[in-house]
Design a protein around this ligand. Structure first.
Ligand SMILES: [Fe+2]
Ligand SMILES: [Fe+2]
Length: 214
């Protein structure tokens, strides 16, 4: 069992709690404007794209640098797909202004080591994204929004899973010292802790819990 497996096993319960909190059990009215939920996706996609892009130049390992560059590009693509879907639903995408970074992205921006960045930005964030997006897909399907289901199932989710898998491989390759592993574990703990709080706050605001991730 490699370090990434260890990390996944250690964080499994907390990750599951975040994802299960998004299954809408007792989550308010259980009915929200699709446009409101897709706007959450829009914010998340651009936030992750910017974060990953901000790490490209300052990450020395070429394969990690390229993984962040690719993540930045893929998330920008997800933004475009969600934006087109919102436009079709009548939302004024051109008037969209990304909000200031939430506490999760403020924390992520402070990470400087490769092991922490990979653990937090590729492994933890993408694990959350994949899980909560599955909930969002189920919600869209239940509400007859087949086009959004198609976008997520055919393009967005396979890429989120790939980002997470790249993160695991890079953790095994680079988080090899005791110090790097300790930093990576601490970063994952912090991401799960902050994400749990920010998602709970957003659920309160939106009145549903099944909103998407990045
Ligand atoms: Fe992603
Ligand atoms: Fe994404």
């Amino acid at each position: 069992m490699g370090f990434a497996d260890d990390l996944a096993a250690r964080s499994k319960d907390r990750l599951t709690a975040i994802i299960e909190a998004g299954q809408n059990a007792g989550g308010g009215a259980g009915d929200a404007d699709a446009k409101a939920l897709l706007q959450v996706a829009l914010v998340n996609e651009i936030s992750v794209s910017e974060l990953a892009a901000s790490w490209v130049a300052s990450t020395p390992e070429v394969d990690v640098k390229l993984a962040f560059a690719r993540q930045a590009g893929d998330e920008a693509g997800h933004f475009q797909l969600v934006a087109e879907r919102l436009r079709a639903l009548g939302f004024d995408v051109d008037g969209f202004v990304p909000p200031a970074a939430n506490p999760l992205f403020q924390y992520l921006a402070t990470l400087t080591s490769t092991a922490e960045r990979v653990a937090a930005g590729l492994f933890a964030l993408e694990s959350i994204a994949y899980g909560v997006n599955e909930n969002f897909i189920a919600y869209c399907r239940a509400h007859g929004d087949d086009e959004t289901v198609r976008l997520y199932e055919s393009i967005i989710q396979p890429e989120e899973r790939e980002h997470q898998q790249i993160g695991r491989a890079l953790l095994d390759k680079y988080a090899t010292s005791a110090d790097a592993q300790a930093r990576a574990s601490a970063a994952v703990d912090r991401v799960l802790e902050i994400a749990s709080a920010t998602r709970a706050a957003a659920a309160g605001r939106l009145g549903v819990t099944c909103f998407p991730g990045c």
